[in-house]
Design a protein around this ligand. Structure first.
Ligand code: DOR
Ligand code: ZN
Ligand code: ZN
Ligand code: ZN
Length: 358
């Protein structure tokens, strides 16, 4: 439900299925405190963190450490996802058999599991242990010939494994027509597959933007396919893939952009103002559905309905200024963009976690 709050609009707080903070190992890009502040400033009260840290998060103990630190900061709830292969070596999955029940999500996170038999074993274990596989099929590091084709094939393969083993599969940052059509087909076949798209893959096209990110910025035809899929209900969620990097690391060619603080404005401007989609649909994509996918709505990780909400100004245009972000990193290709949909305040569990300055 969307209520009117004296010119501002009240929305359920946002839940981010896909976020990179950098603890442990890369705190110079983001730490738990700055990541929490950025999330709160973007209207988020819960984020799901990826395991591409140093060391790679392949144990429940390391995940618990990150979740504990986030709880101490107290601005944003956290689930720390664990890696599918130990150390992202693409092969060793023995740690999956001994994970405690607290681990609900695992992912290959950009280090694709190329070997079909290894991935099949991982899916079989996840079915038994009630774990959801989050797949980054579209940002493989090693690719034999044509990246785009290889990524679409990996999406199809993982959808087939999900259907065969009835393993819950969440496809991250879906960005090609081929991938979203494969997911639509898998859903029609009854596979327990969900998917997310990112704000940047909806906003940018590769004829005008060459910002380095994985998956890359795609063609206008791909963007159209994603928007059509949002309209027809194939897309479950919008997730940021918030990927902070220092200026030096960007100059070295590292992929990714910060996204927590611009997600709502980008999506409201693109989807609601330009494409005419209802705000209720955007709220579904940024709050309700991601909370369901994470199990928050059922109270599995944290109660989902304890006064977590956002006050947003939908009417006053504003310009994104990367130097005003709360994230430790400022790798933001939205810098200078004019947006509608500004987060004015965030409330988590009845407490104010963010209030805009002016
Ligand atoms: O561009 C990206 N950067 N894509 C990913 O999936 C990972 C991320 C990162 O960790 O920097
Ligand atoms: Zn990646
Ligand atoms: Zn990824
Ligand atoms: Zn990512």
């Amino acid at each position: 439900t969307v209520l009117d709050a004296g010119g501002l609009t009240v929305l359920p707080a946002f839940v981010d299925l896909h976020c990179h903070w950098r603890t442990p190992g890369f705190e110079y890009k983001e730490d738990i405190e700055t990541g929490s502040r950025a999330a709160a400033a973007g209207g988020y009260t819960f984020v799901n963190l990826m395991p591409n840290t140093k060391p790679v998060c392949s144990s429940a103990a390391q995940a618990a450490m990150v979740e504990q630190k986030a709880a101490e900061v107290g601005l944003c709830g956290v689930n720390q996802t664990v890696s599918i292969t130990e150390d992202f070596d693409g092969k060793t999955i023995d740690h999956l058999k001994t994970l405690p029940a607290s681990v609900k999500f695992i992912t290959e996170d950009g280090h694709g599991v190329q070997d079909n038999a290894t991935m099949a074993r991982a899916f079989a274990i996840c079915t038994q242990r009630d774990i959801t596989v989050m797949s980054h099929a579209e940002d493989m590091e090693i690719s034999p010939w044509d990246y785009r084709l290889a990524e679409d094939i990996e999406t199809v393969r993982n959808c087939w494994l999900s259907e065969y083993y009835q393993t819950r599969l969440h496809m991250c940052h879906v960005s090609t027509r081929g991938a979203i059509e494969a997911i639509q087909m898998a859903k029609l076949r009854g596979a327990p597959v969900t998917c997310e798209v990112t704000p940047h893959h909806l906003w940018f096209t590769n004829d005008t933007c060459d910002y380095r990110v994985n998956p890359p910025i795609r063609t206008a035809d791909d963007v159209q396919a994603l928007i059509d899929a949002i309209r027809s209900g194939v897309v479950d969620a919008i997730a940021t893939d918030h990927a902070p990097h220092s200026e030096e690391d960007k100059l070295k060619g590292m992929a990714g952009m910060v996204g927590s603080e611009t997600a709502f404005g980008v999506c409201y401007t693109k989807l609601c103002k330009e494409e005419g989609l209802p705000l209720e649909l955007l709220s579904h994509l940024m709050s309700t559905r991601p909370a369901e996918i994470l199990g928050l709505a059922k109270g599995q990780l944290e109660p989902g309905y304890d006064a977590d909400f956002v006050l947003a100004d939908l009417d006053t245009p504003y310009i994104v200024d990367k130097n005003k972000l709360h994230s430790k990193s400022h790798n933001c290709p939205f810098d200078g963009a004019q947006l509608y949909g500004r987060v004015c305040a965030t409330v988590k569990g009845g407490e104010l976690t963010y209030q805009a300055e002016e």
